[in-house]
Design a protein around this ligand. Structure first.
Ligand SMILES: [Zn+2]
Length: 365
């Protein structure tokens, strides 16, 4: 990101700053272009770095719209705009509305429901719902977590409604009562340093079919670097997979052990409870089809903090402990991070008004 751009974005702190910065469509399209193409325009079809502006040229059917470019590669000649093949592909909304939506979502502590977003922007709720998902798709991170990674599992949501003539799960059977709630695996990278200005680690959460070693192995394969040092509780699935990593340490929760020196999973437990609180407090219900998108947003939000300092805090049992104090990356700077990964992450509308995600992962740039 250029220094001027980051200065502009960093200066957007308050609601007034935001409204002023995103008031003209021309200014917004310049901003979005410099965030999507920080190193200059790139053709989203072939990756070619030269293109010409078609704005104001006569197409034979009137003037072409501003922001339209054509790839200079003679085998390609693809015509594109800054939103082509991004989650904003073929959007009819002004970029001002998109930037405002991103800022509002990233500025809020736990996210915004589509109802509140619709009210704030003056768009319909279904539109706000699709916008929210497009923005969530931008928050997805692809690199593998490395360093020290804490992992934890938890359940989300309530049991499904009771049905007549169908006994609830577990009733009438021996052994442990089964749950019909959704199991989630969370993984949190510990920050590399506690020095002022160092970033928080990345965090991921994934919906799993069950808490088996097979499912945990699938998720770890997608999210974790094998060089990572894994920390977990003594859950059997984690015990079975630990040897795949550089190191694996466990705390024995079943024997009331929560911290053993540097061995603990406090960060991943903190993240798990943040996921739970966000889902129950903001979104109320998330469908399993789109659950990963919500997890991307919560994980991204977790990572957008830097160390502000350390302070002594008294815990509930009266013990004094050194705690890290975090401050948040200004929302406008977070927008630049989102748009940097925009190309290649397309989202399609389904005929029923829903969405389907067609992610090819950004390849160029
Ligand atoms: Zn091209």
């Amino acid at each position: 990101m250029s220094e001027t751009l980051s200065l502009v974005l960093e200066s957007i702190r308050t609601l007034d700053d935001m409204v002023l910065a995103f008031q003209s469509e021309d200014k917004c399209s310049q901003l979005v272009e410099s965030m999507v193409w920080p190193k200059g325009r790139i053709c989203p079809a072939c990756g070619y770095k030269h293109s010409i502006s078609l704005a104001d040229q006569d197409s034979g059917r009137g003037r072409l719209r501003p922001g339209l470019y054509q790839c200079s590669n003679s085998h390609c000649r693809f015509q594109f705009t800054v939103t082509t093949r991004t989650p904003l592909h073929a959007t009819k909304l002004p970029l001002q509305i998109w930037l405002k939506a991103m800022w509002l979502i990233l500025q809020s502590d736990k996210g915004l429901s589509s109802v509140r977003l619709a009210e704030a922007l003056g768009v319909s709720q279904p539109t706000a719902w699709r916008m929210g998902h497009a923005i969530r798709l931008l928050t997805a991170q692809e690199h593998l977590l490395d360093g020290t990674v804490e992992t934890d599992h938890f359940y989300l949501g309530g049991n499904p409604p009771k049905k007549r003539n169908v006994p609830p799960p577990g009733r009438g059977r021996k052994g442990k009562k089964k749950t019909a709630k959704t199991p989630i695996l969370s993984m949190v990278q510990r920050p590399q340093s506690t020095e002022v200005g160092s970033p928080a680690g990345h965090a991921r959460a994934s919906v799993v079919a069950d808490l088996s070693a097979v499912e945990a192995s699938r998720v770890f394969g997608q999210e974790l670097d094998l060089q990572a040092n894994l920390m977990s509780d003594d859950w059997t699935a984690f015990a079975a997979l630990g040897h795949n990593f550089s190191d694996h340490q466990t705390v024995n929760h079943s024997k009331d052990e929560y911290v053993r020196g540097a061995v603990h999973i406090n960060s991943s437990e903190g993240f798990s409870s943040r996921v739970r609180r966000t889902v129950s407090g903001v979104f109320h219900h998330i469908s399993t089809a789109h659950a990963d998108l919500y997890m991307h947003e919560i994980g991204f939000r977790w990572s957008q903090r830097v160390v502000k300092g350390q302070a002594v805090r008294q815990s509930r049992n009266g013990k004094k402990k050194l705690r890290t104090i975090w401050s948040r990356v200004p929302p406008a700077l977070q927008i630049a991070k989102l748009l940097r990964n925009a190309v290649g992450r397309q989202m399609r509308r389904t005929q029923q008004g829903g969405i389907s995600v067609r992610s090819e992962i950004a390849v160029f740039g």
